[in-house]
Design a protein around this ligand. Structure first.
Ligand code: SF4
Length: 325
């Protein structure tokens, strides 16, 4: 079976002023199947957007990458120009946090479709542009007659986000990377966009990779989930596994921060701060904040333990660690 995304020992970083690599993503290995909804969750600064950018092929030119990243079986990380030409906007597209990042403020929506479709299909005619744009706008639940000739500022926030999704769909992308796609919307519109993504997955079989800090959102929409901490995958599994039986201390604490509807209790927070992005940590990256840390956690990187599809990176579950001895 061809996977939508496959990463093996993937490192992503940037060169600092002293030409040293500052790694933002460390040794990431994961697979996303075609047609699944996969969530990448973690606090801000954990590297989730960097990972999303790598998948879509919009890392800045000074980014350093190592390891393997494949999109629908094509190795893309070794030859980034080749990657940009072959898959970005054709197979994989980004739905940005703020639709303003996808929509040019001074161009009518019809001109934005023209630009996107002409870069994808050379020689495409006016009629086909209109046809494809109308179809994409209808799929996302918009009235093309109302939207096509408008400027972005004439549309509501929800309509702008739907239009940004329609632009991505119009080029035939089968993988959508949605980076906090609802963060600029109110609660009602947020639900609408989540339902739309779910419908696109169900009806068109699109692969959705959602990047979010919102665990409630992730639980509503995702099939599988990756928990990222300081650029390290600390836990991965089905939503049932990760929410029903969280293993990593960070995941447990993160789940404790979810507000309970109707409760007057003060919201819980995780004590301490995550390390600065790219800061080199010896041992487990979570050890300064972990209530279960052991001596070993301060000096050795924990191994990844697999229990079927559920995996965790923590010494508590290792046969070689204190919990298993
Ligand atoms: Fe905590 Fe140690 Fe597990 Fe890290 S490896 S999460 S410090 S118990």
């Amino acid at each position: 079976m061809v996977l939508a995304v496959e990463a093996d020992d993937l490192w992503i970083g940037y060169l600092d002023d002293n030409d040293r690599n500052i790694w933002i993503i460390h040794d990431a290995s994961f697979k996303v199947s075609m047609g699944e909804i996969y969530c990448i969750v973690g606090e801000s600064g954990c590297g989730k957007s960097t990972l999303g950018k790598a998948i879509v092929g919009i890392l800045p030119p000074h980014a350093e990458t190592r390891g393997v990243l494949k999109i629908v079986g094509e190795t893309v990380i070794r030859d980034r120009d080749h990657y940009y030409r072959k898959v970005r906007g054709r197979i994989v597209s980004l739905i940005p946090q703020n639709p303003g990042q996808a929509l040019h403020p001074y161009l009518r929506i019809r001109d934005q479709f023209k630009y996107v479709l002409r870069s994808r299909y050379r020689g495409i005619g006016e009629d086909e542009i209109r046809e494809r744009s109308y179809e994409a706008l209808r799929i996302v639940g918009l009235d093309p007659g109302e939207v096509y000739d408008s400027y972005p500022h004439e549309l509501s926030g929800g309509m702008q986000q739907r239009t940004a999704i329609a632009l991505a769909l119009s080029t035939g992308s089968r993988i959508l990377v949605a980076d906090e796609p609802t963060s600029s919307l109110d609660a009602h519109l947020r639900m609408q966009i989540l339902r739309l993504l779910e419908r696109l997955n169900r009806e068109l079989g699109l692969t959705i990779i959602m990047i979010t800090h919102d665990l409630l959102q992730a639980r509503k929409i995702c099939g599988r989930i990756m928990v990222l901490y300081a650029g390290h995958i600390v836990e991965e599994g089905s939503v049932e596994d990760v929410y029903g039986n969280p293993l990593h201390p960070y995941t447990k604490l993160l789940l404790d921060t979810i507000p309970i509807l109707g409760s007057r209790k003060k919201l819980k927070t995780i004590p301490g701060e995550p390390p600065e992005p790219g800061k080199y940590m010896v041992g487990c990256p979570f050890h300064p904040r972990c209530p279960y840390r052991m001596e070993k956690c301060l000096i050795e990187t924990p191994p990844t333990i697999n229990a079927g599809e559920h995996r965790v990176s923590c010494w508590l579950y290792s046969r070689n660690g204190p919990a298993g001895t």
